[in-house]
Ligand binder design. Structure first.
Ligand code: AOF
Ligand code: ZN
Length: 352
């Protein structure tokens, strides 16, 4: 299963909003006979790829797969059929399929006489597919991840607002990898104005669809000379503005070819993005937007890149305006991953 989950990552950037899935076929003697992963949205499922690789050796063998095999005709035929046709004797999967259209594979295979076990490394597989699961858990809004690169003392810029670069190259490569796997990349208006980021994906993974670039700003008062607005006709860009948006600003935003979403709250803005097809978003700051999203319970995952540097007094805090919590009752997040990225440290945590 560890191998199946590892294989599944190869679909990152290419398969969403479908799940990342990896599979390994063991022959009747327990030796690896075939491997596969879901590599392209709408393309063959991991199970079929692994079964095809195993060929006749699958007969009497075991299929190990990170997601419960599907039991429906979608863009692809049901995997349960392929499993039966291959003569597999036993199926071990990690995560139950939450998709009401596709679910039921485990039961169907059991009914056909196969030995079926679910739940092996479930937590890991669920963490890997958090954006996919989010679509069922909170269908009214996208899965929201917050990514912040901070100093040891939790600051995202020095006293003059300089943030390039707190983290090193490996951490920045990670961010490009992360961006490739989501539908949208967001920043707050202050960050857009100060940092003028391009919010593009420039890493090893070429996303199947370029993520929508989103600027959240109450007033929508953004100079059209900003990189994201200047290039809005080349790469999809959207401004989520609050009730303070003037009709003049609205016209200016639309005139450069950016989408405009009007909302009275962040929650509503997120809901509107979801209606427009955004199933997952990584928000990259700044501190005010991070604080507002956290405060409203709109963050599902936190990617924290911490760098070995102190920025001290006057440095910009990573999270601003978050209401105080009492230690005894403060929500503890679930750590999903800790990893070194060069000199920096990545911590990934999910809201419990
Ligand atoms: C995938 N890849 O490897 C597996 C999936 O429209 P379809 O036919 O591609 O079906 C998508 C659904 O199939 C998906 O939501 C999930 O429930 C199930 N399994 N999907 O994209 C795979 N095994
Ligand atoms: Zn399938």
């Amino acid at each position: 299963m560890e191998r199946a989950i590892e294989l599944a990552w190869r679909g990152w950037g290419r398969v969403h909003p479908n799940p990342l899935v990896g599979a390994v076929v063991l022959d009747a003697a327990g030796a690896v006979a075939g491997e596969g992963f879901h590599g392209e949205f709408g393309g063959p499922h991991a199970e079929r790829v692994a079964l095809a690789a195993a060929g006749a050796r699958a007969r009497g063998g075991t299929l190990v797969v990170s997601l419960e095999p599907c039991h429906h005709q979608g863009k692809q035929p049901p995997c349960t059929e392929a499993i039966l046709a291959a003569g597999i004797a036993r199926v071990v999967f990690a995560l139950e399929d939450p998709n009401p259209v596709a679910m039921g594979g485990a039961e169907a295979l059991r009914a056909a006489g196969l030995a079926v076990e679910g739940g092996l490394r479930r937590a890991e597989a669920a963490a890997q597919n958090a954006p996919f699961l989010g679509g069922y858990r909170t269908p009214e809004r996208p899965w929201v991840a917050l990514k912040l690169a901070t100093s040891l003392d939790g600051r995202i810029a020095d006293q003059l607002g300089r943030s390039r670069w707190i983290s090193g190259e490996q951490a920045r490569d990670f961010v490009h990898w992360l961006r490739a796997g989501v539908d949208a990349i967001g920043v707050g208006g202050a960050t857009a104005r100060v940092d003028d980021p391009s919010l593009t994906v420039r890493g090893a993974v070429e996303p199947r669809v370029a993520p929508l670039r989103v600027v959240f700003d109450q007033t929508g008062n953004l100079p059209t000379t900003l990189e994201v607005l200047r290039t809005a006709r080349e790469r999809p860009t959207c401004v989520v503005a609050g009730p303070l948006l003037s009709s003049e600003r609205a016209e200016a935003i639309e005139a450069v070819g950016a989408r405009l979403v009007r909302s009275s709250s962040l929650r509503q803005g997120m809901a509107e993005l979801k209606r427009q097809g955004i199933g997952s978003i990584v928000v990259e700051g700044g501190g005010q937007l991070a604080g507002a999203l956290l405060g409203e319970g709109l963050v599902d995952r936190y990617y924290w890149i911490q760098s070995p540097v102190w920025l001290g007094e006057g440095g910009v805090p990573a999270v601003a305006g978050l209401p105080g919590a009492e230690l005894a009752t403060a929500e503890r997040w679930t750590v999903v991953e800790r990893r070194a990225l060069g000199a920096d440290t990545l911590l990934v945590a999910d809201r419990a």
